[in-house]
Write a new protein. Structure first.
Length: 207
């Protein structure tokens, strides 16, 4: 089973991705992880991607597609995978069709006001744990490792609004794209708890 995971920033894709990958034994492919691995490994395509990132520019679609295409040829991707963060726009979706067969596109639907609250209220620790101010009760230390919690620089209203605008103009059109192909499944409980969201995802994927 080959799955695309869609959802605006703050929709909880990261949390659900790890749960889906574990339950269905799918390889979780995040474009961010692929970029970092290629850059760290000093591959030709990694060097190319790094040249754009270092210049403060977005990595061109052609380079992103080439990196994903290469990753899907690896042995560990032959028994099913989940794409997270790709495709980001219609061009990437059309290119993906040339080298991959997608079975389903899961879209986690969450109201924008809630997304703003989720992201702006997020506090993280260097160990990777993430919390929300509404559940911290004023605590400033990580419950897992005791580290100091902090707010990411881009978790502010202005940046979040800009990220949501980018998502709505570039990525949201993919919802219609996969709907027309009969491959779209929308998770309507996206505003519930992570367990409630995962419950609905399991219902969809088990079908």
């Amino acid at each position: 089973m080959n799955v695309i995971l869609l959802g605006a920033p703050g929709a909880g894709k990261g949390t659900q991705a790890s749960k889906i990958a574990e339950k269905y034994n799918l390889l979780h492919i995040s474009t961010g992880d692929i970029f970092r691995a290629n850059i760290k490994g000093g591959t030709e395509i990694g060097k190319l991607a790094k040249s754009f990132i270092d210049a403060g520019k977005l990595v061109p679609d052609e380079v992103t597609c080439a990196i994903v295409k290469d990753r899907l040829t690896w042995e560990d991707a032959q028994n099913g995978y989940m794409l997270d963060g790709f495709p980001r726009n219609l061009f990437q979706a059309e290119e993906l069709e040339k080298f991959a067969k997608i079975d389903i596109c899961l879209n986690i639907d969450v109201d924008e006001a809630l997304l703003m609250d989720r992201i702006c209220g997020r506090r993280v620790c260097k160990c990777g744990e993430s919390y929300h101010v509404s559940t911290l009760n004023g605590e400033t230390k990580c419950r897992k490792c005791g580290g100091e919690l902090y707010q990411r620089e881009d978790d502010n209203p202005q940046t979040v609004k800009a990220r949501l605008i980018t998502y709505n103009t570039q990525t949201a059109p993919l919802i219609d794209y996969y709907k027309k192909q009969g491959k779209l499944a929308t998770v309507t409980s996206g505003e519930g708890s992570p367990d409630e969201v995962f419950e609905q995802i399991v219902e969809i994927l088990d079908k």
